[in-house]
Design a protein around this ligand. Structure first.
Ligand code: FEO
Length: 391
């Protein structure tokens, strides 16, 4: 387990989590990394720690560079345990280190989780001198926890961005330009959609605040980092678009089915959007994951949700998806519900109500089908959707 030199005197000393497949419900098919960075200066500084069970891996890397007792500062940009979980271990191994955290929420969070330690707090614009380098702290509250902050080193033009601009992507490569860029951008989009989407205003403010800084490297808390000017520009542009919910001609169709009738409706809804010139994504909740739906919804115009009625309810997979959608609170999305039923048919109205609660604008009344479809019904359904998509 070797450290990776990022720049002279600055090392990646994090840990790899190749096996993680779920990050509180978000499917992470490519695992993740917990990135920590060691700055070797007159004051030796560790930027962030790692998830608790990975402490020894990061510690092994650090020990190859320095006696941990010589570390002067541990900067904790974010209290969430994937970055702070190893703080109790590092506080023990680095008895001379001050733990730098945001005032007041970082202090509250760390004290609440780990008890009294050698904390020092910082506010917006506070700096500490490491010798040749300076670290300046920029709070980014609710991006995505109240305590969140980023750390900037002007002499190196490096931003330590923690969760911002990261991806759940386990790789030995440390920079985006060393791996397939479409994979990185997809994973960055998935990360934004599933972790940061509700905090668009804060994301936009952060991107605006960074516009005033010279940044030639963004060192992330997860996955790969950014160093080529064109890649930095691309990820900042993407954050600007995502945080302002820039939408394209794209439709997302989500369904579950009992006896394939709602599935037939879903396929016809998707066909109709496609015929109207829309990029179309269809998700079957029996086998697809809600986190992948959210990734596609980030820039879609329409969401159609279908479920048959089971015991007077929508199917649980659809209820789970709508609950997740409500929490992530997308803005500017239009949608409608559909579904088949044998008797009752409550699910369609229930979905519509939930979509309204998710602030999705109801574009057309729910489309209901009793028993099985005939060609005329499907033709009408398609025409209704095409008319909507072209309106
Ligand atoms: Fe990567 Fe909010 O933790």
């Amino acid at each position: 387990m070797l450290p990776a030199e990022i720049k002279e005197g600055i090392y990646w000393v994090g840990s790899m989590d190749y096996s993680m497949r779920s990050f509180h419900g978000y499917n992470t098919e490519k695992g993740s990394t917990y990135n920590a960075y060691l700055i070797m200066d007159e004051k030796i500084t560790l930027i962030d720690t790692v998830k608790g069970p990975f402490a020894m891996e990061a510690f092994g890397r650090i020990r190859k560079l320095v006696d941990p007792a010589k570390i002067d500062y541990i900067v904790s940009n974010h209290v969430e345990p994937d970055h702070s979980g190893a703080i109790p271990f590092f506080a023990q191994q680095c008895p001379n280190a001050k733990i730098v955290t945001s005032d007041p929420n970082g202090l509250k969070g760390l004290t609440g989780r780990y008890g009294e330690k050698n904390y020092v707090t910082v506010k917006a614009g506070d700096s500490i001198s490491l010798g040749k380098r300076t670290l300046t702290f920029i709070p980014t509250p609710m991006l995505h926890w109240p305590d969140s902050m980023v750390t900037y080193c002007p002499e190196e033009e490096i931003l330590f961005s923690n969760d911002g601009f990261g991806q759940h992507l386990a790789t030995t490569a440390r920079f985006a330009d060393e791996v397939d860029m479409s994979t990185v951008m997809h994973q960055a989009k998935k990360y934004y959609a599933n972790i940061l989407m509700p905090y668009g205003l804060q994301a936009r403010k952060t991107v605006e605040a960074l516009a005033g800084l010279k940044v030639s490297m963004i060192l992330t808390g997860h996955g790969v980092s950014w160093r080529r000017p064109e890649d930095i520009a691309a990820i900042l542009r993407a954050y600007k678009d995502w945080s302002s919910f820039q939408r394209t001609d794209k439709a997302v169709v989500v369904f579950d089915t009992m006896w394939h009738t709602t599935e037939i409706m879903a396929k016809n809804v998707a066909d109709a959007f496609y015929k109207a010139g829309y990029e179309t994504r269809i998700f079957d909740m029996r086998c697809d994951h809600i986190a992948d739906v959210m990734t596609e919804l980030l820039d879609a115009k329409y969401l159609a949700v279908g479920s048959p009625t089971l015991n007077n309810q929508m199917l649980p997979s659809i209820a789970g998806f709508l609950c997740y959608l409500k929490g992530l609170a997308p803005k500017g999305l239009k949608g409608f519900s559909f579904g088949s039923y044998g008797w009752g048919g409550h699910s369609i109205g229930q979905i519509e109500k939930e979509l309204e609660a998710c602030k999705v604008e109801i574009a057309i009344p729910g489309i209901k089908l009793q028993n099985t479809p005939n060609p005329m019904f499907l033709n009408d359904l398609q025409n209704k959707v095409i008319e909507l998509a072209k309106s």
